[in-house]
Each structure stands twice: as structure tokens, then as C-alpha cells.
Design a protein around this ligand. Sequence first.
Ligand SMILES: Cc1cc2nc3c(=O)[nH]c(=O)nc-3n(C[C@H](O)[C@H](O)[C@H](O)COP(=O)(O)O)c2cc1C
Length: 175
Amino acid sequence: MTVLVAFASAHGSTLGIAARIADRLSHLGVPAEAHEVREPLDLSRFEAVVLGSAVHTRQWLPEAAAFVRRHRAELASRPLWLFSVSSIGDQESFFENRLGRWMSRHHPDSAEVQRYRTALRARGHRNFAGAVEPGHWGILGAAFLLGLGGHHGDHRNWPAIDAWAEAIAREVRRV
Ligand SMILES: Cc1cc2nc3c(=O)[nH]c(=O)nc-3n(C[C@H](O)[C@H](O)[C@H](O)COP(=O)(O)O)c2cc1C
């Protein structure tokens, strides 16, 4: 059983999360490989898939959406987990204040992710906060971030990411 951890990342924080999940799975005895979604990939080599994308303007990156279109049948026929990397994770966010905690609690899946969850029969979806540097997100992004009391920097919650990888390892072993 080899798990594919496929990812789309513009500035590297999603790449880092995907690499960490693949490392963690391998360390737990579930061989896993992280690959960028634009790589030519033969999905028949993989028995399960973890697929994640950075979020820009509330959507997955176009190359992640293209990956889903290209591999819809293979994804729907394998155990599949999804993750999104943005300013708001399920347990952490770029906004380390009361508003941030509220946004984490009230962060429904986007229509796009809901579609993928249903169409691909995904076993789960997690939101993780990523990282952002000044200049990455443009003037409107910076206004949103700083206006709501957020901070630039790396907000990845490694214990939460590791715990999710461990939960996936447990499920994969039961498949
Ligand atoms: C152009 C741009 C648009 C973004 N749009 C959103 C957004 O709509 N919602 C959000 O929560 N975060 C948004 N972000 C924050 C990113 O999702 C976050 O920085 C993420 O960690 C980026 O992942 P990456 O480093 O793998 O590219 C945006 C960032 C950029 C650079």
C-alpha cells in the first residue's frame, strides 16, 4: 500500500505540509510519496490519496482543480482525504485573536470542496493555516490580514498536521 500525497502550492507552505504528511505516514509504516499535482503521475501505483491545495481567492489553485478533473475516476475509486491551506485552519489561523478563533469555528467548506467531497466520496477534509509573507497576497489581502488583526509569518500547526497524518495511517491500515 503506497499513499500519494498530491499538492498544489504557490509559495511553499502547502508543499511543506504535504511533505510532512508523507514523512509522517512513511515513519508510521505506511509508504507515502509527496508529488506536485502538475507532475505526470500514474495513479495506479497508489492505493490511497491525500490531496491538498493552497487557497487563493477562496478557491483551490487551478492546477489542483485540473488534477481533480483529470483523475476523477481514480480518485473516486480510492480512499481519499482532502486538505485546504489558507489563512484559516480548523484549529489555528493567521488571526491569533478572538476573531480568529471564531473564524476557525465558523469556517464552512467552500462550494468547491463540498463538490469534491461528494463527487469523489472523500473520507474527510481538513483546513490548515499556512504561511504568508508581506507582498505575497497583494494590497487587498494585506488589508484583510492586518485590518482584522492578523500577522504575516508561518502559522502551520505541526502537531495538528501530524495528528491528522496519524489518523490517516490508522485508517489506511484497516483498508
Ligand atoms: C494571491 C493570494 C490569495 C489568497 N487568498 C486567500 C483567500 O481567499 N482566503 C484565505 O483564507 N487565504 C488566502 N490566501 C492565503 C494563502 O491561502 C496562504 O498564505 C497559504 O498558506 C498559501 O499556501 P502556499 O504557501 O502553499 O502557496 C491567499 C494568498 C495569496 C498569495
